[in-house]
Design a protein around this ligand. Structure first.
Ligand SMILES: *[C@@H]1O[C@H](CO)[C@@H](O)[C@H](O)[C@H]1NC(C)=O
Ligand SMILES: *[C@@H]1O[C@H](CO)[C@@H](O)[C@H](O)[C@H]1NC(C)=O
Ligand SMILES: *[C@@H]1O[C@H](CO)[C@@H](O)[C@H](O)[C@H]1NC(C)=O
Length: 283
């Protein structure tokens, strides 16, 4: 379904698109993950990233790297362009949707094995872990598992009267509003603690085991595909359900989106913590 031809918005074609969760989303995923590290996981992070380097501080590195000439190859690794037909039918097909240059599923597979590959240099293993910290966040953002209108980048909307696009609002504006601010230690602490409380004893406590039911680092591609399917389904449930073209999102659309944003960020963080613990156990 093409609500608009991409040619109607030529300027967007040259602009950086598809940033995935913005800085607050990624740093919150990493902060939640850090909370769930066991002793082996903590020591793994400290060994691989360096003493005192937090997961939150490297969580957005991959978004900067992709726009450098050295990092351009990694741009397709941030998403998978599911060629489904939301909101009627959602679904990810790895053969159909993961292009020859790779996608977030193949990237999670690749960097999971590279993070523990002792034949690689320490700096290559560190970079693999930094990619994973980012991509396990990206894959929970529904529009990162969607080809429709370039993952919503070509769906023009407004946010509090300012022209933007649907993808950007899911990455950044709605997340910052839900978190209560832009990136800072205070914002990350309060937003993470709120979601951690829901994971431990609140509305996510019965769902959380399902989030990490696939936790075998030896079958990373299967796990990542399941995670992509899980997030992609939300495009039919909510994200692309209305005709969002031209819509002001800072209103009822945002109110309906918050539960999904919080769920996906909590899920990404809980999964990332479990994945690092599993990597540490396999190292
Ligand atoms: C976001 O804030 C955290 C905590 O203060 C910090 O570690 C991280 O580097 C910040 N991220 C960016 C991209 O500035
Ligand atoms: C795996 O990661 C390396 C290092 O970033 C990269 O050169 C290679 O293209 C990746 N392979 C795949 C299949 O994504
Ligand atoms: C979506 O809404 C826009 C703006 O109201 C309208 O121009 C367009 O025709 C609608 N598209 C569909 C497929 O209904």
């Amino acid at each position: 379904m093409h609500l608009y031809s991409s040619l109607a918005f030529p300027i967007l074609l040259s602009a950086p698109a598809a940033h995935a969760w913005g800085v607050v989303g990624h740093a919150t995923v990493a902060t939640i993950a850090t909370h769930y590290l066991n002793d082996a996981g903590k020591s793994y992070i400290s060994t691989k990233l360096g003493p005192g380097v937090t997961m939150a501080s490297v969580a957005s590195w991959a978004d900067n790297f992709r726009y450098t000439s050295a990092g351009r190859f990694s741009a397709p690794f941030h998403f998978i362009d599911a060629e489904d037909t939301p909101p009627t039918s959602c679904g990810v097909d790895l053969t159909r949707d993961c292009g020859p240059t790779g996608c977030v599923v193949s990237a999670i597979n690749n960097y999971t094995s590279r993070a523990n590959d002792a034949s690689l240099s320490a700096s290559n293993q560190k970079q693999a872990l930094e990619f994973l910290i980012h991509f396990i966040g990206d894959i929970t953002q529904p529009l990162h598992d969607e080809a429709e209108e370039l993952g919503g980048n070509h769906i023009p909307v407004t946010w509090d009267g300012t022209a933007t696009n649907l993808h950007s609002c899911w990455d950044t504006q709605m997340v910052e509003k839900a978190a209560g601010g832009t990136n800072s230690t205070a914002t990350l602490t309060s937003f993470s603690n709120k979601l951690i409380a829901e994971i431990d004893g609140g509305m996510y406590s019965s769902a959380k085991d399902g989030w990490i039911s696939c936790d075998n680092v030896a079958t990373a591609s299967d796990c990542a595909l399941a995670w992509a399917q899980d997030a992609n389904a939300l495009n039919c449930q909510y994200v692309l359900k209305a005709n969002e073209t031209g819509m002001e999102l800072d209103g009822s659309y945002y109110d309906g989106a918050v539960p999904y944003i919080e769920l996906q960020i909590a899920k990404g963080g809980y999964r990332l913590g479990a994945w690092v613990n599993a990597l540490a156990a396999a190292a």
